[in-house]
Ligand binder design. Structure first.
Ligand code: AMP
Ligand code: MG
Length: 494
């Protein structure tokens, strides 16, 4: 008797006009071995993994064996990379196997990243190295546990092959799960080709798939633009609340769904600084921490331009209307970001002075180079009991600089009648104890590729699955790096 299929595929993208993608099969690898299968996610997706053996799983998640019902494709897209337009990018090393509808009723893409060349590979080898695969696995799963919209990691396999980068590195494939892989760059690809028909089908598809409740009365182009403005404003507000720096917010890495997409040179802030950037290729700081909302808006501008043929036949009118809609981004982002900050500070109600209170704090954090995550976590204790203040103050160069701000904060807290323990508990659900710290990620990758040691990977994954809980025994994963452990630069590893 043949076992039931692992995936119940229903491939809606493959039913769209075929100029939206290229059909291509994964290229088998020499010696696939399962590094990790995400059982929890597999269950959420309703996958049938009960009869799956390790060798079988490795064959499926490396692309060596195509699961029943898969219709593998590489997606066409364009994109602005660091501000320069590239009319053809596309999946050069990622292959969509198909879509599944999870137990929550949501449709998701199952994609193999590192599965071999495609018609979009240009000079690339279509492969991925183990380091970036493990980084994406851990950081995307951490983001999910932190409650941030994100793609997920279903599996990682090693390939038994080497990939040539600066040096030879062990190869791997990650199975990425996404609400979809539609990006701003997908729309740009058809806009630059003046293919309005494809734009219209993509727009209908995106609305049906991601924003079925959107009001389409003013036309589908504007409906989609409004929905993506909201999704991106929310996403970037969440990033800023956690100190996340995406690192490569090109339009081809900006998901229409509003999920965090593409974990390349991303990083979490250790010490707070608004202009902080980590990516080795972001020379001008285009994608620095505090620039992210402006860049999101810039990317939305490119989406608006791409959708403008659907807004009006009169190009100038279309752009004028799009500009009006784009103007809603900044105030909306501000509102969402302030809501995030209020919850981090333990404020249940809104008051006019809240933005200034937060701005004063960020000024102090920057000038004292205070660890972002540790500060807010310790502030939860201070909200419960003033006797914990000295542990917060100890994070500053001059402890008195915290005391002044703390007086203003306490006066503000006293105008609400929340119980201190309840307030602190609520704050601990907004201010994680654990984030994927850059030095711990590097350490995990080093252990994996030099010693085939999976211990640090498993420990990070386990701890980061409950980022808002104190976890005795895992304190070393909560602490900031010591001077010699600091990571100052990250690499995209393509
Ligand atoms: P990324 O930096 O991963 O967003 O990739 C940007 C573009 O480069 C996309 O079109 C990728 O498919 C392509 N790309 C990145 N790495 C490779 C690779 N190793 N082989 C082929 N294409 C790649
Ligand atoms: Mg990308």
């Amino acid at each position: 008797m043949t076992p039931p299929p692992v995936f119940s595929f229903d491939n809606s993208y493959a039913r769209l006009p075929d100029r939206l993608f290229a059909r291509v099969r994964p290229t088998p690898v020499r010696w696939p071995r399962l590094w990790k299968l995400n059982d929890g996610l597999a269950r959420e997706l309703g996958l049938e993994t009960s009869t799956l053996s390790q060798p079988e799983a490795a064959r499926l998640f490396s692309g060596n064996e195509l699961p029943a019902g898969a219709e593998p494709l590489a997606l066409a897209y364009a994109g602005h990379q660091f501000g320069s337009f590239v009319p053809q990018l596309g999946d050069g090393r990622a292959i969509l196997l198909g879509e599944v509808v999870g137990r929550d009723g949501k449709r998701r893409d199952i994609q193999l990243k590192g599965a071999g060349p495609t018609p979009f590979s240009r000079r690339g080898d279509g492969r991925a190295a183990l380091g970036p695969v493990l980084r994406e696995y851990v950081v995307s799963e951490a983001m999910a546990a932190l409650g941030v919209p994100t793609t997920r990691a279903l599996a990682a396999v090693t390939t038994g092959e080497w990939v040539a980068r600066d040096k030879e590195l062990p190869g791997a494939v990650i199975t990425r799960v996404a609400a979809s892989h539609l990006r701003v760059g997908t729309f740009q690809y058809f806009a630059v080709r003046r293919d309005t028909e494809a734009l219209a089908s993509l727009t209908t598809y995106a609305l049906d798939r991601h924003f079925p409740e959107a009001d389409r009365a003013a036309g589908e182009g504007l409906a989609l633009l409004d929905a993506v403005i909201e999704a991106q404003a929310n996403l970037v507000a969440r990033w800023l609340g956690l100190g996340f720096v995406h690192g490569v917010m090109n339009t081809d890495n900006t998901a229409i769904s509003g999920e965090t997409l593409d974990y390349g040179p991303c990083a979490f802030l250790d010490e707070y600084h608004p202009q902080k950037k980590y990516s080795s290729i972001d020379h001008g700081g285009r994608y620095a921490f505090e620039r992210q909302p402006d860049i999101a808006l810039w990317n939305l501008g490119r989406l608006a331009e791409s959708l403008s043929p659907l807004v009006s036949d009169d190009a100038e009118r279309a752009l004028a209307v799009a500009r009006e809609h784009l103007a809603r981004f900044q105030p909306r982002f501000q509102e969402l970001h302030l809501a995030v900050l209020r919850s981090k500070l333990g404020l249940a109600r809104a008051e006019d002075g809240d933005r200034a209170l937060a701005a004063d704090l960020f000024g102090l954090l920057a000038s004292s180079e205070v660890d972002f995550t540790l500060f807010f976590r310790r502030l939860c204790d201070a909200a419960e009991d003033e006797r914990a203040d000295h542990r917060v103050a100890a994070l500053f160069r001059e402890p008195e600089s915290f005391a002044g701000w703390a007086r203003a904060w306490r006066a503000r807290l006293h105008r609400e009648d929340e119980r201190p323990d309840a307030r602190a508990a609520a704050m601990r659900r907004q201010n994680p104890a654990f984030i994927p710290r850059n030095h711990r990620i590097e350490e995990m990758i080093h252990a994996a590729i030099t010693k085939a040691d999976r211990g640090p990977f498993e420990a990070l994954l386990r701890t980061l699955s409950r980022p808002y809980d104190d976890q005795p025994g895992a304190e070393h994963l909560a602490e900031p790096p010591r001077a010699h452990e600091r990571v100052t630069q990250t690499f995209c590893g393509t």
